[in-house]
Design a protein around this ligand. Structure first.
Ligand code: HEM
Length: 225
């Protein structure tokens, strides 16, 4: 055994291996691209939807007052906040920010439900098809947090909730993203009420692009304390 890390034999630089400057640069770029825009777009949807539906915002704020009070939100609060949890899930479902997912390809010949897909076939597993599936979400076209609540107000998981995709190549940052969304969303609504400027129209149509971002909106953040 080695006394310190420095005593361990050091790996010799070898461009054939993964530890190259180029790979490091691509990895960091990936983390920024995959990890920052996605979370901030989701929060932007959250703010827009809270402006659009002030009665839902009020219910989230009441739950924050009851469970978190004035202290700092913690991940552990989430399990006691079914309504807020449902609202955040519904923001992700309705926002549908990566509607076409990332492109995949079959690594071997596949028979899928009677269709033959030769090795190398491009596959686009569209996330819209599950997030807006009326068999799973009764008011799929509307913002309806009750999609994730039972009749007694308990949080309900839905197998069709797949904003992070599914399978081996699903989002590597899912847990981090969920944590970030909960912390930012609750902290913002704990301290501010989000309102639209007088006379503003709140259009929920997404902008055209690879990711579905909300259109630009002005926001009034009214301090609560
Ligand atoms: C609301 C936030 C986020 C959403 C909706 C989201 C969604 C997605 C989706 C749909 C994919 C494609 C999965 C597939 O190819 O089937 C993906 C991949 C990925 N995401 Fe996220 N993501 C989010 C946040 C993050 C964060 C915070 C990080 C890291 C800091 C991250 C890192 C990645 C990486 C590394 C991949 C590629 C995984 C692979 O190809 O194996 N994502 N994400």
């Amino acid at each position: 055994m080695y006394k310190t890390d420095r005593d361990k034999p050091q790996e010799k630089p070898n461009p054939e291996l993964y530890f190259t400057n180029e790979n490091l640069t691509v990895l960091v770029t990936d983390l920024f691209a995959a990890g920052m825009e996605t979370t901030s777009i989701t929060l932007r949807w959250g703010l827009l939807l809270m402006m659009k539906y002030p009665e839902i915002q009020k219910k989230v704020q009441r739950e924050i007052e009851k469970v978190i009070g004035l202290s700092e939100p913690k991940v552990s609060h989430r399990k006691d906040m079914p309504y807020t949890d449902a609202v955040i899930h519904e923001i992700q479902r309705f926002g549908n920010i990566v509607p076409n997912n990332l492109p995949h390809a079959t690594t071997q010949d596949v028979n899928f439900r009677g269709f033959f897909l030769p090795k190398g076939t491009h596959v686009m597993p569209l996330l819209t098809s599950v997030l807006y599936d009326k068999d799973h979400f009764i008011k799929a076209e509307e913002f309806y947090p009750e999609h994730f609540l039972d009749s007694r107000g308990n949080f309900v998981r839905k197998e069709a909730f797949m904003p992070f995709s599914a399978g081996k190549r699903s989002c590597a940052g899912e847990n981090l993203a969920k944590m970030e969304l909960f912390m930012f969303f609750t902290r913002l609504l704990q301290n501010f009420t989000i309102k639209a400027p007088l006379g503003a129209t709140l259009d929920l149509t997404p902008a055209v692009g690879f990711t579905a971002t909300p259109l630009a909106h002005e926001i009034c953040a009214i301090p609560r304390v």
